[in-house]
Design a protein around this ligand. Sequence first.
Ligand SMILES: *Cc1c(COP(=O)(O)O)cnc(C)c1O
Length: 399
Amino acid sequence: MNAIRAAVDALLRRRIRPVINATGIIVHTNLGRSPLGAPAVRAIADVAAAYCTLEYELDSGSRGGRAAYLEHNLAILCGAEAATAVNNCAAALVLALRHFTAQPPRTQVIVSRGELVQIGGGFRVPEVLEASGATLREVGTTNQTTADDYRRAIGPTTAAVLRVHRSNFYMDGFVSSPTTAELAAITRAAGLPLIEDLGSGAIFDTLTLGGNEKEPTPAESLAADADLVCFSGDKLLGGPQAGILAGRREHVANLKREPLFRALRCDKLLLAALEATVDANLRGDIDGVPIRTMMHSTVEQLRLRANRIVASLAAAGVTAKVVDAEAQVGGGSLPRTVLPSVAIELTCKTRQSIEQLADALRRADPPVIGYVADGKLRLDLRTVFPAQDEALQQAIGAT
Ligand SMILES: *Cc1c(COP(=O)(O)O)cnc(C)c1O
């Protein structure tokens, strides 16, 4: 009987369930990237449990364009002529590459050797190109690619030039590559499209986070004359998983006519959540986008919460300490930007290993995920919602 119960429990523990993210990594890929804000959650709940105007025009009482409102507002947010969304950024890039390489002999896509990168699990630029039927034409070197490298590579088989943002790593030293504007001048002269995979899709100035890393925004890339940009919906935009495509009206319209677009299209729940997130971003409603709220929390606010939790624990006879910590944006973006943060540091009980302590926290309800630093278990408060403080305290108390 006990063996059966243990097996059932082990199985149930594999379900997707909410956890308390105390890792200090805001966009945590393994923990579901961006948590959705209240407006997005409300939109999903409303649309999920009823019929909705997914493809219905209320004014005329007839069939309407799917995602027309979203596309309108996305275009404004991106400073683009037009925009649309598919299931994720990888899908957006495959769709764009397939579209532009569908007419032989023009099947080559030019990419700098410094941008043939791997992002997270399973996204490798050369493999994505191959999967989309494009032929990769590498130019330049790992650290140096010049405008002339691109110019010389363009020929009768060139279909497009692709720029990929080096999201999750940085190169320093003898490094250079042309700017988007310089590259756009070259592609424009050759009558070719310039596609830019921005990855995280920051729509705010990331320099305001205090590091010195600047993520290009979609609006900046398009203003520099890129023809099409793509980025994820669940990284720095703070919405649901999605791949956003923004740029020239003609290109976006053509992409939507691709048979593959139908296979990659978003469902109503995703569209509802994305719509609400885009609107919150347009309104500048930081509270409607949790990852932005987390980025904006001050160290003083975090310390106040940590002190309160530690004091309550002390009253219950549990020792814990408030320490300075360093949080990260995560999601494969801004690898050098450190957000000063505050963590609760736990000490193991006698004969308890740090692994046992971490395991006990993961068995709490909701599970608490921390990290180990200097042989101690730490729980960073920047990624814990204030509404979870009580549950966090109880989980610590129960270890
Ligand atoms: C994250 C990322 C992707 C993949 O995005 P998904 O939405 O996970 O498909 C692609 N390109 C870059 C540059 C990225 O940073």
